[in-house]
Ligand binder design. Structure first.
Ligand code: HEM
Length: 374
């Protein structure tokens, strides 16, 4: 039991890890409208969902303010970056009509930024520790109406190297956050009860060791809309290395930040290549609300829709690392054709905006979305 609980106490896929009273000082993002649900695609609000989301955001904000009383405030989740790299997001020359929606315009190439990260809220954690790993893609030069009023030109895709999320409802997330924020050890022992058996299992299995952020496979975990109007559908995303890519083994005695080193070494020698995949839902029995249940690939295959080329580069400069730190990724940096779906995504609309504002405010740094020339 102790062996199971020990890693449980360190789960930080997207959560807070520090005790704090719920006494936030910022009202930022309270003016944002909560997401409406698309019943046609199977969305349904949980009771008190909005109120619970505000409460969770309050808890995270309070935790960040406490954790970073001095020094630079980092992200609540995924604070340790392995680097931000420049990339090209090239849509396939040919796509079936069903997939050629939104930014997926046949033959089009967009510039992009990609931030690779560890999930743990401890930014000092060694890369050799088991953890979930993040890949956040910011595609640039996206015009037209956007889902958030304060963002005008990017389409973000946020992924983790595991297919499912360990929580699927605001109630579970709230209970989990309260346990995590508690000072008491006994309360922390309660975490597996808050997550339930399935959530606990997913949380434990989301943590792994990888050799190189370019060699992992990533999933959106939660669904998104594809297209507009009566033909709109629910899809999930995944990114995988191009088949030609040679895998490396995890080093035997790895350096503390070896994932940054492996990314740097790979990109100093060669371009990297990854594939962006879309998984259309094939049956309404595949839930858009239940982010803990995988849409099995044998029932709903993934289709390659774009190639991500990461050109040979040296990204590890103080200026570029600062730029990376100040970026804000959100699933809601999106055009309506790719609207995020499901409770976890609805919560993220409010929470990401709030926490990004708070950390930028604490660091006295403007929140600026990069443009095509950066
Ligand atoms: C209700 C559930 C979730 C909450 C409360 C949450 C919360 C957060 C917060 C507060 C941040 C930092 C935002 C910032 O300061 O800019 C973040 C970052 C991140 N989250 Fe989540 N998250 C949730 C679900 C997910 C899911 C389902 C994924 C799966 C892909 C995910 C992947 C990530 C990644 C990769 C980052 C780092 C993005 C970057 O590189 O800047 N999160 N999350």
């Amino acid at each position: 039991m102790k062996k199971i609980l020990q890693p449980m106490l360190m789960i930080n896929i997207c959560t807070v890890a520090h005790a704090a009273p719920a006494n936030p000082t910022s009202n930022s993002s309270r003016d944002m409208a909560y997401s409406t649900v698309d019943t046609h695609l199977g969305e349904a609000l949980y009771p008190d969902e909005e109120a619970m989301t505000v409460k969770i955001a309050d808890l995270i904000e309070t935790s960040i303010r406490k954790q970073y009383q001095s020094g630079m405030a980092l992200r609540d989740a995924h604070p340790k970056a392995h680097g931000c790299v420049k990339a090209e997001f090239k849509i396939n020359d040919e796509l079936p009509q069903k997939l050629a929606q939104g930014i997926f315009v046949q033959g089009k190439t967009y510039p992009a930024w990609i931030r690779f990260s560890n999930a743990s809220s401890d930014a000092t954690q060694a890369d050799s520790k088991k953890d979930a790993r993040g890949m956040a893609i910011k595609v640039l030069g996206i015009s037209g109406p956007k889902l958030l009023d304060n963002e005008h030109s990017t389409q973000d895709f946020i992924l983790i190297n595991h297919p499912v999320f360990f929580v699927n409802s605001p109630v579970r997330y709230m209970s989990f956050i309260k346990d995590m924020n508690s000072d008491g050890f006994v309360k922390k022992l309660h975490i597996p009860f808050s997550l339930g058996a399935k959530g606990t299992w997913i949380a434990l299995n989301s943590r792994s060791r990888i050799a190189n952020p370019l060699h992992a496979r990533y999933w959106s975990m939660v669904p998104y809309q594809l297209g507009l109007g009566p033909d709109r559908q629910a899809v999930k995303y995944s990114v995988q290395p191009c088949s030609t890519y040679k895998k490396e083994a995890v080093p035997v005695s790895p350096a503390h930040d070896f994932l940054r080193e492996s990314l740097r070494n790979s990109l100093q020698k060669n371009d990297a290549c990854m594939e962006f995949l879309i998984q259309p839902r094939t049956s309404n029995t595949m839930s858009v609300e239940d982010s803990m249940t995988e849409w099995k690939e044998n029932k709903a295959p993934f289709y390659k829709v774009a190639t991500i080329r990461i050109p040979q580069q040296f990204f590890d400069t103080p200026d570029q690392n600062r730029f990376c730190e100040n970026l804000s990724f959100s699933p809601w940096h999106s055009i309506p054709e790719h609207k995020p779906l499901g409770a976890v995504n609805r919560m993220r609309k409010f929470i990401y905006e709030r926490i990004s504002k708070v950390r930028h405010e604490m660091n006295d740094t403007p929140r600026i979305e990069p443009n095509i020339k950066d």
